[in-house]
Design a protein around this ligand. Structure first.
Ligand code: ATP
Length: 250
């Protein structure tokens, strides 16, 4: 079955001040896919997600979501168009309850039925509806951040390092839920440091290096490229061997 392109970037360039961080990114994400963006620290992965969700502006290039240009839209309009972003910092409002945090993610009253949908993925949140979000565990906060992003009924979910700071067991739990969301029709673009986990989950991978797409392909082909590991880890041979060990253990 030929999948349709849901997200397309053409020559996207993003700057912080005068410093160019994304250098002409061109990529496609297909409908129903889990695509992952890999790359060493500072490669520009977070900036790429921020650019797609409009948090930072693309100085040049085009971003098409379902064939419509979105690169000049405000972030809230981008959410309304069907793209939701779970940032690395999670941005949970600690002094609001779980329920209030979820409501903040819903753009219209019509979406309130999404709360029930969120609970089917994260039943733990239902038990903690009135609890202050700041008192949740790290794993529960990540669930809340993802749950809140689901409240706007996205077609494309951008996820920045959902495994950060979580135990391996919790990471596995969250990744299993992501897989289920994807089966239910959600397209996912995932930035993840846990390379093996990301390649296990994804249908397609992009390797970012110094703000450029260095390589892309099916996870198996990426996994087999020793050169890719070395390059995107951005390290010399000695260090690489150390990291390769970590890679093997992930
Ligand atoms: P990491 O895995 O460490 O989060 P990353 O691949 O997500 O890295 P980015 O966070 O996108 O990379 O950063 C890309 C480059 O842009 C880095 O050189 C970083 O120092 C720089 N950068 C990121 N955010 C800002 C900012 N707000 N202002 C200025 N420079 C920034």
């Amino acid at each position: 079955m030929q999948r349709e392109t849901v997200l397309e970037l053409l020559g996207v360039e993003t700057f912080y001040g005068k410093i160019k961080v994304l250098h002409g990114i061109t990529m496609k994400v297909k409908q129903g896919q889990i695509a992952t963006i890999l790359g060493s620290n500072g490669a520009g992965k977070t900036t790429l997600l921020r650019t797609i969700s409009g948090v930072v502006e693309a100085e040049y290039g085009q971003i098409l979501f379902k064939d419509k240009r979105v690169e000049k839209l405000d972030p809230n309009k981008i959410v309304k168009s069907g793209i939701s972003h779970v940032p690395q910092e999670r941005l949970i409002f600690s002094e609001l309850s779980v329920e209030e945090n979820l409501k903040l993610g819903a753009f219209t009253q019509k979406n309130s039925h999404m709360t029930e949908k969120v609970f089917t993925y994260f039943p733990a949140l239902k038990e903690r509806l009135r609890q202050f979000a700041g008192t949740l565990s790290g794993g529960e906060q990540q669930m809340l951040a993802i749950g809140r992003a689901l409240m706007s009924k996205p077609e494309l979910l951008l996820l920045d390092e959902p495994s950060l700071g979580l135990s391996p067991m919790l990471v596995e739990e969250i990744f299993t839920i992501l897989k289920q969301m994807n089966k239910d029709g959600l397209t996912i673009l995932l930035v993840e440091q846990n390379v093996n986990l990301a390649l296990d989950l994804a249908d397609y991978a992009f390797v970012l290096k110094n703000g450029k797409i260095f390589m892309s392909g099916e996870p198996e082909s990426i996994r087999q490229e020793d050169k890719v590991r070395e390059s995107y880890l951005g390290e010399g041979k000695g260090k690489y061997m150390k990291r390769a060990k970590i890679w093997g253990q992930q």
